[in-house]
Design a protein around this ligand. Structure first.
Ligand SMILES: C[S@@+](CC[C@H](N)C(=O)[O-])C[C@H]1O[C@@H](n2cnc3c(N)ncnc32)[C@H](O)[C@@H]1O
Length: 314
């Protein structure tokens, strides 16, 4: 696409969310005039912006001139973990971040800010990763015991347990976050153990047939991510496996775009976090005595994530 057009469409989306037009559309469809009135905007500006949104497949227009959100705009607004306004606030911080290197908020570290942030988002992450989690579970054999580290809602391990009800699942997360895991286990009718603690220091128990660490390594600086993998490797039983789900994929131009945009997004909200290269994670796994790791492709809809399955000799 022509760069000027790309820039214009990005700004159209930004303006639509900043002015409240996008939210007005999500609340109820309407003509350009009605939407302009509801969002207290100029009728001419609103009409032109809505046309651009239709062209970008962000909105639809009926024959009667009523605008509504497009399917992809609706899915986006439903799945976005912190909501549209917070998402925009994050991106508007990009200029300041580029100048100062300071994130807008910090989801890492040991602060109450971190606990509150995760508590708020893990249930939305379930919607974001749900299909990919089911696809991964379908690819793996049943495991007698699973430790899910930084489990959030347990979207990955509980999808595995749903296919292997005899499997004992343990979810490790910060105490403030574990309610989401308990609720999801209850909703699925599964028995699971919640293990509150810090993954860097908590007693892990086990050994486990499978240890899962999903969307967690990138919250850590490289030396801490490497040390965490070493630690988790110690909880894997002989013949067991360590599954890493993370922002692993790139390669095609589209996936490079997803990976690099994700890396920026992460930097805006987590100090010291880093999207690690797949080669680095493979090297850390090798250091933790996993000779080989199989790459498992996850569905494109899940964005730039993939899985590495590292098996321990029996
Ligand atoms: C991006 S979320 C991923 C959640 C889940 N694994 C998923 O893929 O949906 C990161 C998770 O790691 C947890 N977490 C972050 N730091 C942690 C720590 N030091 N100890 C335990 N859990 C931690 C967060 O509370 C959060 O649930």
């Amino acid at each position: 696409m022509n760069l000027s057009i790309e820039l214009g469409l990005a700004h159209a989306l930004s303006a639509a969310t900043r002015t409240g037009l996008f939210q007005a559309l999500l609340e109820a469809p309407g003509t350009a005039e009605a939407l302009a009135h509801r969002a207290a905007l100029s009728p001419r500006g609103t009409a032109l912006l809505l046309d651009a949104m239709v062209a970008a497949d962000l909105a639809t227009r009926s024959d009667g001139g009523e605008f509504a959100p497009s399917d992809r705009a609706r899915v986006w607004s439903d799945e976005i973990p912190r909501g549209v306004a917070a998402e925009l606030a994050l991106w508007h911080h990009l200029e300041t971040f580029t100048r100062t290197g300071e994130p807008l908020l910090d989801m890492t570290g040991t602060s109450a800010e971190r606990d509150a942030a995760y508590r708020g988002v893990v249930t939305s992450l379930k919607a974001l990763w749900g299909d990919a989690a089911e696809a991964l579970a379908a690819r793996l054999p049943p495991a007698a015991s699973v430790l899910d580290v930084g489990c959030g809602s347990g979207v990955w391990s509980l999808a595995m347990a749903a296919r292997a009800p005899a499997s004992q699942v343990t979810g490790l997360d910060l105490p403030a976050v574990l309610d989401a895991f308990r609720a999801e286990a209850r909703a699925r009718g599964l028995r699971a153990t919640a293990l509150p603690g810090d993954m860097h220091t908590a007693e892990l128990g086990g050994p486990y047939a499978r240890v899962v660490v999903a969307n967690v390594l990138r919250l850590e600086a490289p030396h801490r991510a490497r040390a965490l993998l070493q630690r988790l490797a110690g909880a894997v039983a002989p013949g067991g496996e360590l599954i890493v789900v993370d922002a692993l994929v790139g390669g095609s131009p589209q996936r490079e775009q997803e990976r690099t945009v994700y890396a920026l997004h992460l930097a805006l909200r987590a100090r010291g976090a880093e999207v690690h290269r797949e080669s680095s994670i493979r090297a850390w796994l090798a250091d933790a005595a996993f000779a080989h790791a199989e790459f498992i492709e996850l569905s494109a809809a899940s964005g730039a994530i993939g899985a590495l399955r590292a098996r321990r000799e029996a």
